[in-house]
Design a protein around this ligand. Structure first.
Ligand SMILES: NC(=O)c1ccc[n+]([C@@H]2O[C@H](COP(=O)([O-])OP(=O)(O)OC[C@H]3O[C@@H](n4cnc5c(N)ncnc54)[C@H](OP(=O)(O)O)[C@@H]3O)[C@@H](O)[C@H]2O)c1
Length: 257
């Protein structure tokens, strides 16, 4: 069995950067692609471009998600929908925390709960979770974002155990910074301004690089499970160590470059 034996896919976040590129790629590989998002205009553009089947839906609405997948036979589930927030817990609203948990974690669990049984019954299927380097490294991003992505790292591993004995594969793709509009959304700024701030002059992975990673994981023989692909810009390195020295009220921060 190879990639070409997968017939159908459901991609969340298909109105956004990575989900869009993945949906387009899976269509190019001949799959029927159910493309999910809330932005109707973007989804119909994608549908016109590549023939994906658009579904306008809030993935945190479990009842709507349950109704949507009813009767669908999905071979490939791609959880790409995600939200993030700037700042730390100290600047958070209750909504900031709830939305990240709802979209980044709770929705992904429900999609897996609803679609995994069919995959196991058919003895074939693939779940791809787009997580983040924030799930593997602490770098001071929003605490709820880190927590949900770390949870999805764990979910990805755990799903392999749940599906044990059946030919269902699970792949986590853990990106660093990728050129999409997510930073404009996060900071509520114009995409052009976000582009200047986060991408101009940097050598950044593109959404096509993420689609390449998905294509690779899906295209390996069925007896191979690509568990985790960490995909970072070469010129982005997590880690480092900072130590603060307190001199009276003054805080002197030291650290490596
Ligand atoms: N770009 C990066 O640097 C980066 C790095 C590491 C990880 N990631 C992760 O990669 C994934 C894709 O991000 P991206 O960069 O492609 O971001 P993006 O362009 O902002 O796309 C985010 C997608 O999530 C969807 N979404 C958000 N809330 C939703 C909800 N309640 N219901 C339905 N859909 C919802 C959006 O759809 P609508 O706008 O239509 O609601 C959009 O399609 C995310 O999980 C993100 O955390 C991104």
């Amino acid at each position: 069995m190879a990639f070409s034996d997968y017939r159908t896919a459901l991609v969340t976040g298909a109105s956004g950067g990575m989900g869009w590129a993945i949906a387009e790629r899976l269509r190019a590989k001949g799959l029927v692609v159910h493309a999910l998002g809330r932005n109707e205009t973007k989804l119909s553009e994608l549908a016109t471009l590549c023939g994906a089947v658009p579904h306008v839906i809030d993935v945190s609405d479990t009842e709507a998600v349950t109704a949507l997948v009813e009767g669908l036979e999905i071979d490939v589930l791609v959880n790409s929908a995600g939200v993030s927030r700037p700042g730390s817990l100290l600047q958070s609203t209750a909504f900031d925390i709830d939305e990240q948990i709802d979209v980044n974690l709770r929705a992904c669990l429900h999609f897996a709960r609803l679609l995994l049984p069919g995959m196991m019954q058919r003895d074939s299927g693939h779940i791809v979770n787009i997580t983040s380097m924030a799930g593997l490294y602490e770098f001071g991003g929003h605490i709820a974002y880190h927590a949900t992505k770390a949870a999805m790292h764990s979910v990805s591993r755990q799903l392999r155990i749940d599906a044990f004995g059946r030919r269902v594969r699970v792949t986590e793709i853990s990106p660093g910074r990728v050129e999409t509009d997510i930073f404009a959304t996060v900071e509520k700024i114009d995409p052009a301004e976000a582009k200047r701030k986060y991408f101009e002059g940097f050598e950044m992975p593109q959404t096509s690089d993420i689609a390449d990673a998905v294509e690779y994981a899906l295209g390996t023989p069925q007896y191979v499970n690509i568990g985790l692909i960490e995909l970072l810009p070469t010129l982005q390195v997590p880690g480092g160590l900072r130590t603060a020295k307190r001199v009276g009220d003054e805080v002197i921060l030291t650290g490596n470059k």
